[in-house]
Design a protein around this ligand. Structure first.
Ligand SMILES: Cc1cc2nc3c(=O)[nH]c(=O)nc-3n(C[C@H](O)[C@H](O)[C@H](O)COP(=O)(O)OP(=O)(O)OC[C@H]3O[C@@H](n4cnc5c(N)ncnc54)[C@H](O)[C@@H]3O)c2cc1C
Length: 278
């Protein structure tokens, strides 16, 4: 018996599933491509608040999510027994320990509530079916260096994020491309980013990247997250539009969605509500 089906095993799907599992719901996460196969499988993972200028409700929501993040991920680490840090397996293992299931094939359970956390795929569907043409995907490229600097803070300088990871690597990111032909190809845009990074941290010139990575960021029509009742799938829910800050937003987005589903308490910020276009 499954209470909640979550479609999509990126950071937003996994975080919703985790919130639901903590409340005792039996969850099944369904993703034909496995865990964190798209944007959430990336190498950057900067968890930085927005600048204080022009403060607004989206910035406040993200800030609250970041404030809650330490407790949130520590709890995931504790239950999973895996250091989630910036790795993806810690989150998944914690849900399994709460009785959650992972499936890559469709399952039969017509009674369970469904959450769509399928990133760009769902945004494309919404854009198409509602005839509201909008940009659903913005490509990003990033690089990973073997560069031990875990004791240094995360730095944002000249539009480049430098994110030290606990395994002795340093991620630099990211490009931002509205037009692209291949979502997963890296190119001279990343070369330029690496060159810019080396100007800021000259020591990096001594190292070759150990990984070059690219994927698309799920972007909603308003550029804000989308969370709540699904705009086209009657009775279903959506959590999407993490765009450039999906990891930072995940704990709080999942929390407001599960409050809505389980308690009927609606704490969703106005700007994040899907337009009712059914
Ligand atoms: C280069 C780059 C750098 C970034 N840096 C940061 C950063 O520093 N900090 C930050 O907070 N965010 C960052 N982001 C953004 C962040 O990665 C995304 O906002 C976040 O990963 C989106 O998560 P998601 O779960 O919504 O989507 P995704 O991770 O894209 O997951 C969607 C999942 O849905 C699955 N799926 C698709 N169709 C179906 C279906 N029909 N049924 C079931 N499953 C399906 C896919 O297989 C996929 O696993 C970055 C993104 C990029 C590309």
């Amino acid at each position: 018996m499954v209470d909640l089906i979550v479609r999509g095993a990126g950071v937003l799907g996994l975080t919703v599933a985790w919130e639901a599992a903590k409340r005792g719901l039996k969850v099944c996460i369904l993703d034909p491509n496995g865990i964190a196969s798209m944007a959430s499988g990336g190498i950057v993972g900067a968890l930085a608040p927005h600048v204080p200028e022009n403060w607004n409700s989206k910035k406040q929501f993200q800030f609250q999510s970041l404030v809650n993040s330490e407790k949130f991920w520590n709890n995931v680490d504790l239950v999973s027994g895996v250091n989630s840090g910036y790795a993806r397996l810690g989150r998944a293992r914690a849900i399994e320990k709460h009785g959650g299931l992972f499936e890559t094939q469709p399952i039969r359970n017509l009674n369970a509530t469904t959450v769509w956390a399928t990133g760009v795929h769902d945004l494309d569907r919404i854009s198409k079916l509602t005839k509201t043409k909008f940009r659903t995907a913005v490509k990003g490229q990033a690089a990973l260096f073997s560069f031990k600097c875990m004791d240094y803070p995360q730095v944002f300088a000249k539009s480049v994020h430098f994110v030290p990871h606990s395994n002795g690597t340093l991620a630099v990111g990211s490009t931002s491309e509205n037009e692209f032909s291949s979502p997963n190809a890296t190119d001279e845009g990343l070369d330029r980013l690496i060159e810019d990074s080396s100007r800021i941290i000259p020591e990096l010139r001594k190292h070759q990247p150990i990984k070059r990575w690219a994927d698309v960021r799920p972007r909603s029509e308003s550029r804000a997250p989308l969370v709540g009742k699904h705009p086209i799938m009657d009775g279903d829910y959506i959590i999407n539009g993490g765009f450039k800050i999906g990891f930072g937003m995940a704990p709080e987005l999942a929390s407001v969605l599960i409050s809505l589903i389980c308690d009927g308490v609606d704490k969703i910020p106005e700007a994040f509500r899907p337009k009712n276009i059914r």
